[in-house]
Design a binder for this molecule. Structure first.
Ligand code: NCD
Length: 335
C-alpha cells in the first residue's frame, strides 16, 4: 500500500470504539461502521509481509473465553490478534475452566480482566456478554451469547454484503432456516434495518420464525418484512440469500429437531434456475447440509469469502477498541 493510499484513510470516528465493549449491534452507528469497513479494506489490501512486520498490538494480550463450540470465530479472533502482534490465551469449553468448579461468570471475568487487555466471550446464556461487561474494566467482545446476538459476525456479514453487492441499501435479503434460535440472523436483521429500502424475507416454518424481539425492532426501524415458509418464492426475489443451519443444540428434544431437518436445501439447480443471476449466497457456517456442495464453485457462493472477511473485520475492531485515535494514527503512519 502506498503512502498516498494510507493517508487517504480518514477514520473519522475512531473514538467511538476506543476501550468500548462490543455487546450488541444496537450500539453501532453509520459512521462507526464505515470506519470499521475502511480499516478492514486497508488491512485486506495490505501486503502480508508488511503486516507481519507491523505489530501494532505488540505487548497486548487477548483472552478468548469460549464456553460453547466454535471453530471460525475463535480462530479468526485469535489469528486477527496475533497478526497484529498480540498474544492470545484460549480457554475452550466449560470443562477446562473454573466454570466446571461452579465459579460464576462474573467472578471469572473479574479475575481474567486483571490478566489481559481484552476478552472475547462466547457463552450459552443470553445477556452473558452484558453481565461480563458490567464486571469488567476492560473491553468485552460478544462472540455469541446463547440465542441472543453475535454482533461481530453481523459486521462481517454486512461487510461481505457490501463487498459482493456493492451497496447496503435497496436490498432484498432472504434469511433462511432456524430464525428463532440463530443469533447471527438476529444481529444481521437488526443491523440491516439501519439502511434504506431494505426488504427482509424471513423463510422458515412458523415455529422457527424470527422472534418477537426481532420483529419489534424491524417494525420500529420501518423495515419491510415478509414472513413465509415458501423457500423457492422467497429466494427468487432476493439479492442476498443468507442460509443458516438448524441450531440442533437449542431444541428441547431430538424429535423436535428432526421435524424440521432437511427442510430447505439450496443447490446448484435452484441457484441457477430460481435465484437472480446476481444473487449473493451467504452462510455464517458451519453448514449441516442446507447448502449443497455443488453450489461451492458458483460465482454466487460467497460463504468462504465471508469467513475470510471475518479476519479483517476483527483485526479492524481490535485496533479500534485497543488503540486510542492518536495511537492508531501513529501506527498507521508507521506502516
Ligand atoms: C454461528 C454461531 O456460532 O452463531 N457460527 C459462527 O460464529 N460463524 C452460526 C451457527 O453456529 O450456526
Amino acid at each position: 500500500m502506498s503512502k498516498k493510499q494510507q493517508n487517504a484513510i480518514k477514520l473519522e470516528s475512531t473514538t467511538k470504539w476506543s476501550q468500548k465493549s462490543i455487546l450488541s449491534v444496537s450500539q453501532f452507528t453509520h459512521d462507526g461502521i464505515a470506519t470499521v469497513f475502511e480499516l478492514a479494506d486497508y488491512l485486506k489490501a495490505m501486503d502480508r509481509a508488511i503486516l507481519r512486520r507491523w505489530n501494532p498490538l505488540s505487548g497486548y494480550v487477548l483472552s478468548n473465553l469460549f464456553f460453547e463450540a466454535s471453530t471460525r470465530s475463535r480462530i479468526s479472533f485469535a489469528s486477527a490478534f496475533q497478526y497484529l502482534g498480540g498474544s492470545v490465551d484460549n480457554t475452550v469449553g466449560v470443562v477446562f475452566s473454573s466454570i466446571a468448579k461452579g465459579e460464576s461468570l462474573s467472578d471469572t471475568i473479574r479475575v481474567v480482566q486483571g490478566y489481559v487487555d481484552v476478552i472475547v466471550l462466547r457463552h450459552f446464556t443470553v445477556g452473558s456478554a452484558r453481565i461480563a461487561a458490567d464486571n469488567s474494566a476492560i473491553p468485552i467482545i460478544n462472540a455469541g451469547d446463547g440465542i441472543g446476538e453475535h454482533p461481530t459476525q453481523a459486521l462481517l456479514d454486512l461487510y461481505t454484503i457490501y463487498s459482493e453487492a456493492q451497496r447496503l441499501s435497496k436490498l432484498t435479503i432472504a434469511v433462511v432456516g432456524d430464525l428463532q434460535h440463530g443469533r447471527t440472523v438476529h444481529s444481521l436483521v437488526d443491523l440491516m434495518g439501519m439502511y434504506d429500502q431494505i426488504h427482509i424475507v424471513a423463510i422458515a416454518p412458523q415455529a422457527l420464525q424470527l422472534p418477537e424481539s426481532s420483529m419489534r425492532n424491524l417494525k420500529k426501524q420501518g423495515v419491510r418484512v415478509t414472513q413465509t415458509d415458501d423457500f423457492q418464492t422467497g429466494i427468487a426475489q432476493a439479492d442476498v440469500v443468507y442460509m443458516t443451519r438448524l441450531q440442533r443444540e437449542r431444541f428441547e428434544s431430538e424429535s423436535d429437531y428432526e421435524r424440521f431437518e432437511k427442510l430447505y436445501i439450496l443447490n446448484q439447480s435452484l441457484v441457477e434456475s430460481v435465484c437472480k443471476p446476481s444473487v449473493v449466497v451467504m452462510h455464517p457456517l458451519p453448514r449441516t447440509g442446507e447448502i449443497h456442495t455443488d453450489v461451492d464453485d458458483l460465482p454466487q457462493a460467497a460463504y468462504f469469502r465471508q469467513t475470510n472477511n471475518g479476519l479483517y473485520v476483527r483485526m479492524a475492531l481490535f485496533l479500534l477498541v485497543l488503540l486510542s485515535p492518536n495511537e492508531l494514527r501513529e501506527q498507521l503512519n508507521a506502516v
